[in-house]
Design a protein around this ligand. Structure first.
Ligand code: TPP
Ligand code: MG
Length: 364
């Protein structure tokens, strides 16, 4: 049989499909310790992430701001489950697809939208933009643009937590495109060697820019853990309760036993890589297949089935969120750009870095 170009690129024979997602958890929210109000709050938060980005894309297309804009649409169950399960003082770090994590970690729709618009009222004072949402007060450490480069920073956060004996853990998110970067392997090695309380999470959304996962990596991704004898699991990222279930178990293990853990979360990105992506590398059928298991639609159905909310009550939450996002756009538009004199404020210079380090007890 003649091999097609596609099959000759799939050494493991593994093809990423909605059916390669693990089955969803059978536990309901009560069994996982969540109240009806928790579910409603999580739904609202997931929908806020989605609406925020849908509107952000519209604003981008209208030319209200430029630069990069990577949308997280389809992946919202991951950020919401993470924030719900982890303690507020645990450390979260991610790559450039970061709006969702920012919104769940205390960045308001206003401060997020203003950041996209490059305004001084933004969460990074208008100097970071889409890829650099940050909220250090709530232990959200960004927002990083270089693929894989922040994974060692996540290990470093875990190292600091272990050193300071503060009972916190770190969780680092990165894309499937980052798993063959040297930085991941350096971080995994030290994390296992030093038994760091770190969860490493690949958000496998099927693509690294336009390259399908089965064309860019030689084996299934979770197997990276085997080389370091690291604990690992594969999780259904399109289902909020499955995410919560697994993160409850894993975060307890990591915190109590001070060990690293690797999770491969299987998910999907509905939109292009960034705003200039025509998406020619995938079919409409594939996209539709994943939309059938959309995490937000799934949660809506769950809430109705479990009589947590009626459909019209869900609609009114969605209306409220839409208003919040529209108001955030107005806020962003009416805010000022940063003062040119503030160009060097909040920027580390070598001198400042040394000064700040001397002040910390960590290096004393
Ligand atoms: C070291 C490095 N190489 C290349 C790029 C260009 N680049 C930006 S995003 C990206 C794809 C990464 O895909 P993935 O890790 O799967 O994350 P996703 O976009 O799917 O969230 C690439 C190659 C970069 N930013 N950094
Ligand atoms: Mg990807």
């Amino acid at each position: 049989m003649t091999k097609t170009a596609e099959t000759s690129f799939t050494p493991t024979g593994f093809v990423y499909k909605s059916t390669t997602l693990p089955p969803a958890t059978k536990k309901d929210h009560k069994k996982l310790g969540l109240s009806n109000d928790d579910i409603i709050a999580l739904f609202r938060e997931m929908y806020l992430q989605r609406r925020f980005e849908e509107r952000a894309a519209q604003m981008y297309q209208k030319g209200k701001f430029g630069g990069f804009l990577h949308l997280y649409i389809g992946q919202e169950a991951i950020s919401s489950a993470t924030n719900f399960v982890l303690k507020p003082e645990d450390d979260i770090i991610t790559a450039y697809r970061d709006h969702g994590f920012g919104l769940v970690r205390g960045i308001s729709a206003r401060a997020g939208m203003a950041e996209l618009f490059g305004k001084g009222t933004g969460c990074s004072k208008g100097k970071g933009g889409s890829m650099h949402f940050f909220n250090a007060e709530q232990h959200f450490w960004g927002g990083h643009g270089i693929v894989g480069a922040h994974i060692p920073v996540g290990a470093g956060l875990a190292f600091a937590n272990k050193y300071l004996k503060n009972d916190r853990i770190s969780i680092s998110f990165f894309g499937d495109g980052a798993v063959d970067q040297g930085a991941l392997h350096e971080a995994f090695n030290l994390a296992q060697l030093w038994k760091l309380p770190a969860i490493f999470v690949v958000e496998n959304n099927g693509y690294s820019m336009g390259t399908a996962v089965q064309r860019h990596t030689a084996t299934e991704i979770y197997k990276r853990a085997l080389a370091y004898d690291m604990k690992y699991d594969v999780v259904n990222g399109m289902d909020l309760l499955s995410m919560i279930d697994k993160l409850q178990e894993v975060s307890r293990d990591v915190r109590e036993n001070s060990i690293p853990y690797f999770l491969e979360i299987r998910t999907y990105r509905y939109k292009g890589h960034s705003m200039s992506d025509p998406g020619n590398y995938r079919t409409k059928e594939e996209l539709d297949e994943f939309k059938q298991i959309d995490p937000i639609e799934r949660l809506k159905t769950y809430m109705v089935d479990k009589k947590i909310l009626k459909e019209d009550e869900i609609e009114s939450i969605m209306d409220e969120v839409n208003e919040e996002v529209l108001e955030a756009i107005e806020f962003a538009e009416n805010s000022d750009f940063p003062d040119p004199d503030s160009l060097y404020d909040h920027i580390f210079t070598g001198e400042q870095l040394i000064h700040d380090h001397k002040k910390t007890t960590f290096l004393d």
